[in-house]
Design a protein around this ligand. Structure first.
Ligand code: SF4
Ligand code: SF4
Length: 208
């Protein structure tokens, strides 16, 4: 694991993001404690010492679980909530993902100038086709007064525009459809991707 200095503390360049801990019965808000503990233990064993969580992750269960899972480790052996420093956070759901990602950070090999140029060109081409850059984090869910499944609607919108498929939008019921958006803007401050969600809802309605 590679480390960097952060105000005199040694922090790993790979951090564990607490958004995708393994769950019980597929419920994203009920974390499987035993499986999740293995993920946290594997992260510590791989030298990861930075963890990120927030109250909105997995409906508050991420914060609770991470506190439980890290309780057995000395407090000075890890850092919490350092989004914004030069650490790449990855939400890892099982031990194999932790080991695979940690291996990538053991010996990072910088890109050559030619590789960097190729990557930038590929990223530019990808961004043109990816549509609305919703990460599916669901920070906007639960506060929408219309009860919209916003990431699902955006996913359908993207699929329609990228593949031409319309059935996914069409299968959503009218009451849960984009036309129910009140344009209240309550979701805007929640979106880390700065997506104009009510604007996208309007576009979805226009395409239906
Ligand atoms: S703007 Fe629309 S999608 Fe956003 S919270 Fe309000 S009703 Fe929901
Ligand atoms: S619209 Fe924004 S807040 Fe909502 S799920 Fe997508 S990225 Fe997250």
């Amino acid at each position: 694991m590679q480390y960097q200095d952060f105000y005199g503390k040694k922090i790993s360049t790979l951090g564990l993001g607490g958004l995708r801990f393994p769950t019980v019965d597929g419920d994203p808000n009920r974390i499987d404690r035993a499986a999740g503990q293995k993920v946290v233990d594997a992260a510590m064993q791989q030298g990861i010492n930075v963890f990120d969580t927030a109250w909105s992750y997995q409906d508050g269960d991420s914060e609770r679980f991470l506190g439980e899972a890290l309780a057995k480790y000395p407090r000075e052996s890890f850092l919490l909530g350092l989004s914004g420093v030069q650490t790449v956070f990855s939400g890892m759901s099982d031990v194999s993902q932790v080991i695979e990602n940690a291996a990538l950070f053991d010996a990072p090999k910088p890109l050559s100038a030619a590789e960097r140029k190729t990557l930038q060109m590929a990223a530019g081409a990808f961004l043109k086709t990816m549509g609305v850059p919703c990460s599916g984090c669901r920070y906007c869910c639960g506060i929408c007064p219309a009860g919209l499944e916003i990431p699902l609607l955006i996913k359908g919108y993207n699929e329609q525009n990228i593949t031409g498929s319309t059935w996914k939008i069409g299968m959503l019921t009218e009451t849960k459809g984009a036309s129910a958006c009140l344009s209240c803007g309550a979701c805007l401050s929640r979106c880390p991707q700065k997506i104009d969600i009510p604007g996208v809802m309007k576009k979805i309605v226009e395409q239906q």
